[in-house]
Ligand binder design. Sequence first.
Ligand SMILES: *Cc1c(COP(=O)(O)O)cnc(C)c1O
Length: 388
Amino acid sequence: MNKSSRTIEYEKMFAEWFGAGRAFSFWKARVGLYAILKAMGVGAGDEVVIPGYTCVVDVNPVLYLKAKPIYVDVEPNTFNIDVKALEEKITPNTKVIMAQHTYGYPCDMDAIVGIAEKSGTYVIEDCCHAFGSRYKGRTAGTFGQVAYFSSQWNKPYTTGLGGMVLVRDGELANKIESLCSREMVMPSKKEVLMLTAQLAVYRAFIYPRTTALAQNAFRLLTRRGVVVGSSSTSELGPAQMEPDYFKAMSCVQARSGLKQLRKVEGNIAHRKRIAQYYDDLLEKKGWVTRQYDRSTSEPVMVRYPVRIIAKERALHEAAKSGVELGDWFECPLHATEAPLEAYDYKTGTCPEGEKASAEVVNLPVHPRVNQKTAEKTVEFITRFAQVR
Ligand SMILES: *Cc1c(COP(=O)(O)O)cnc(C)c1O
């Protein structure tokens, strides 16, 4: 497999931005996670610890490699893995701890890295929500041996679909490199063409007012196989890995990624500003705002989560009235239509994750949200009762 010069340039610039390690690009973030796990030699008999409030696409690669996902409940304020519960789940078979920085809140990395060092396990940071978040002054993605990032439609910045892996461990980087050169396939011309068209549509049409509409249309078309969605139907079920799953990033995505990365500082500053604005507006309405440790954490939010009583009704009314409101996560393994038992998840295992799934909606903070949209969104959401 030959990488384009654009892709090489994007990987180089990405690693430089973090000032650490080597970067490898993929068609999607989940494919990057698969490469990480495979390069680590994760397989039958190994346990991978995952927060019980995540995307199902993070669980699939674990199952593809015949390893066992071990779900750990989350902590109710930041929705990140509960480090006390985590410690109790470590066994001699634990090979990997997944540290997912949910919504942009950085995990308690001192505790997680401490547990990993004591038990001799790898730490993979899931930075799909957290580009630029900091913990004790250090950027998320530079604590574990390796981290992965998504640039799918809803993520910190978008290249349509896309994933990046940042490896700090030299030996692991070499293994990922040789795995990619041996096994990775290029996306088809048709896939790249469809992605290019979708990116154009996204740039032209997706504004907060139209997002819900556009997303519903995308989902419908994806199910019918008309567009390259972020998740095809078979991928959402605990099915076998699709034959062309291990796919490279296309030149189109890399070009877009380079452009986004050059202006990422502005994106980060914007997200911080809008999240702060939500804090101020919600506080004026008497709502509890973001609860995180300000002495250690500097989150860059991908979305702004709030808990409400009538989640379903709020989502329905938001879509009708042109308010952009997110549904993450709708269940502890988001977006799966298959029963959770198929992923080794037993209902009741992660009560906080389940509670959050029933209560949390999220407000947009992306670059197309301005103060006026934020005000309108807060007016809308505060008509519902908050769960405290
Ligand atoms: C979006 C997301 C992913 C997967 O990203 P893709 O690029 O769509 O594969 C993984 N983990 C989390 C927490 C995500 O939100």
